[in-house]
Ligand binder design. Structure first.
Ligand SMILES: O=c1ccn([C@@H]2O[C@H](COP(=O)(O)O)[C@@H](O)[C@H]2O)c(=O)[nH]1
Length: 277
């Protein structure tokens, strides 16, 4: 479990707001790892060892594990067990369903006794509304991260629809902030949407934003910080493929570390510029 003040403390100490995405694809990991009993876990373990002093968060994406059935679930559980307990460990599951089903999803990812895993935070889709979200809020110390404005091209299909608040993504943020405080609730905002961060901050001055889309998707870290950073930082910037697949040779962990270090160094500059550190 990691509270808002602990998260801010980690950011200041590590001079980083990097979230390393563990989107671990069996077809992209180095060949030599495939002789290990659990190649996906072995890969993640080495990535974690190589990056944990440079990041404040890890984000396994559930799809990469669930797509492998029982084996994948075991890799996810082993990865969760190995994750440092002072980083904010997010399961990127993008769930959303009626209340009693959400209860089960919450158990799956938050209740170690039930499932063998207890992540600090989960990503959720907001469109089924309040009763689809409240089951996760019952867990003390856990975070929910609602999709607000995604990095995808398809974000324009629904998220920009005009509403009384401006756009649908603004209504999502405004409404969800009546359900939980900034100590439990974050929003996903894509790095490819940096100019919208100013509007988003009007509705979410204190919430942390989980920002995917730098690196492989082309978003700019500098722009995200210019429009989205707060006095407490308020940002967790994710990079998955750009870090974990920096090399597919025996040097993959060193190459991942080098990419994470580049991002951490840019983040340090931004934190100093904004007076956070
Ligand atoms: O709007 C969104 C929401 C989630 N994601 C997820 O973040 C990572 C991004 O991976 P990269 O390899 O750094 O592009 C991935 O798990 C996505 O499912 C997103 O990209 N955009």
């Amino acid at each position: 479990m990691i509270s808002r003040s602990q998260l801010i403390g980690q950011i200041k100490q590590k001079k980083s707001f990097l979230c390393v995405g563990l989107d671990t694809d069996i077809t992209r990991i180095p060949e030599f790892l495939k002789s290990y009993p659990d190649p996906i876990f072995e890969f993640n373990k080495r990535i974690i060892d190589a990056t944990q002093d440079l990041c404040v968060s890890y984000k396994p994406n559930a799809a990469f594990y669930e797509s492998r059935g029982v084996k994948g679930l075991q890799s996810l559980i082993s990865t969760w067990q190995y994750l440092p307990k002072d980083t904010l460990n997010i399961i990127d599951a993008k769930r959303g369903d009626i209340g009693n089903t959400s209860d089960m999803y919450a158990k799956a990812f938050f209740d170690e006794d039930a499932s063998g895993m207890s992540f600090d935070a989960i990503t959720i889709t907001p469109y089924m509304g309040n009763d689809s979200v409240t089951p996760y809020l019952k867990y003390d110390g856990k975070w929910i991260i609602l999709l607000a404005l995604t990095s995808s091209v398809g974000s324009k299909d629904f998220q920009y629809l005009e509403t009384e608040d401006g756009h649908l993504y603004e209504t999502v943020i405004k409404k969800a902030n009546t359900w939980a405080g900034a100590d439990k609730l974050m929003f996903v905002v894509g790095a490819t949407k940096s100019t919208e961060f100013t509007d988003i901050r009007k509705h979410a001055p204190d919430n942390f934003l989980l920002v995917p889309g730098v690196g492989a998707q082309g978003g700019s870290l500098e722009d995200v910080c210019q429009y989205g950073m707060t006095k407490d930082c308020g940002l967790l910037v994710n990079s998955s493929r750009g870090i974990i697949y920096a090399s597919n040779g025996e040097d993959f962990a060193d190459a991942a570390r080098a990419e994470a270090l580049k991002l951490q160094q840019q983040m340090q500059v931004e934190l100093e510029k904004a007076g956070v550190i």
